[in-house]
Write a protein that binds this ligand. Sequence first.
Ligand SMILES: NC(=O)c1ccc[n+]([C@@H]2O[C@H](COP(=O)([O-])OP(=O)(O)OC[C@H]3O[C@@H](n4cnc5c(N)ncnc54)[C@H](O)[C@@H]3O)[C@@H](O)[C@H]2O)c1
Length: 374
Amino acid sequence: MNRRHRTILVTGGAGFVGSHLATLLKRDREGAKVIAFDNLKRRGSELALQRLARAGVAFVHGDVRQAGDLAEAGAFDLLVDCSAEPSVHAGYDGAAEYLVDTNLGGTVRCLEAARRHGADVLFLSTSRVYPIAGLRGLPLARLGDRLDLVPEAGGPGWSHAGIACEFPLAGARSLYGATKLASELLVHEYGAMYGLRTVVDRCGVLTGPWQMGKVDQGFFVLWAARHLYGGPLAYMGFGGEGLQVRDVLHVEDLHGLVDRQLASIERHAGCTYNVGGGRERSLSLRELSALCGRRIEAVKAIGGMADTAPADVPWYVTDARPAQDAAGWMPERSLDAILDEVFRWLTDHRSMLEPILGMSGGHRTSERGLESEA
Ligand SMILES: NC(=O)c1ccc[n+]([C@@H]2O[C@H](COP(=O)([O-])OP(=O)(O)OC[C@H]3O[C@@H](n4cnc5c(N)ncnc54)[C@H](O)[C@@H]3O)[C@@H](O)[C@H]2O)c1
């Protein structure tokens, strides 16, 4: 633990990742003040407020687009930036303003606040910084119920171990990915110019209890919820067979890494890491269906839609070895353990969660299938 971090501001602190990090950072730092800052835009984020209060985390209702709101949060010596419009599909409908203002403008406002207070910064970025065409161009073949790289294949920044930070960055990546990449550059630029210690974690798919899964973000939880509560499910894109692959990391395993990075932040300052569960925790949607099917009684019918959404990619597995080596960290939870925990949580809190995650949840569920995202 870094004793300098006595007041921690977690933006997006009522969101899935932010609320977990805020409560766990508070749990491990006796006497430290942890503030969760959130505008509660994400449906379901309001459910985090009780958990935050129980954990002793202060809450400030504010918007990262507003410098005045951030000023109201007061001084801090560590910023953990988890606020975002986190869907890679955002903006394709022509409504880009909120996405850009929050994901890029909001980062600038946060960095300005960090600069004023001389705070360290840990920024949650995404695997979506890697270009869509580059990822779609990987040589893949069907292997059982999933796509995988063909044997012996490898190239700059990619191998059977996954996608590394060296993966070429030229090409379009969605506005979500672009705002995150631009934010990463600014985060480290503020570090270099103003002497802030900055760390960027580019995460693949994160999951765990209290993720308010939507069709376009948080597929692991939504897939489990639809199996348990009912509601439409369809494989979407790449032929509609559910062969696309992602790796998954439990949010508490992410915390394990973040905790280590913060403890020796001088060693990680200026660094960008790919963070994810890796090949061992990778699966296709089809394989996820099989795992869910083992946990329910009825057989669930799953449709297929061949059309591929513009930002979707068929295969993303994180090569997290540099992050592991630099921090001496390894994820602990297996896919089965993660899914068991998610099913338990969905069962225990059914009345609270079903309106959000079930068939009647207003999460653009209707006739759309499920895309894969990070
Ligand atoms: N969950 C994943 O699989 C994943 C993967 C890669 C990267 N990330 C990144 O991790 C971070 C957290 O993602 P998450 O999954 O917790 O998403 P989330 O939607 O659950 O949390 C984001 C929070 O930010 C808040 N927010 C949105 N706009 C805001 C604004 N203008 N001002 C203040 N708060 C605002 C939302 O209300 C929400 O509570 C994001 O930066 C996301 O890009 C997440």
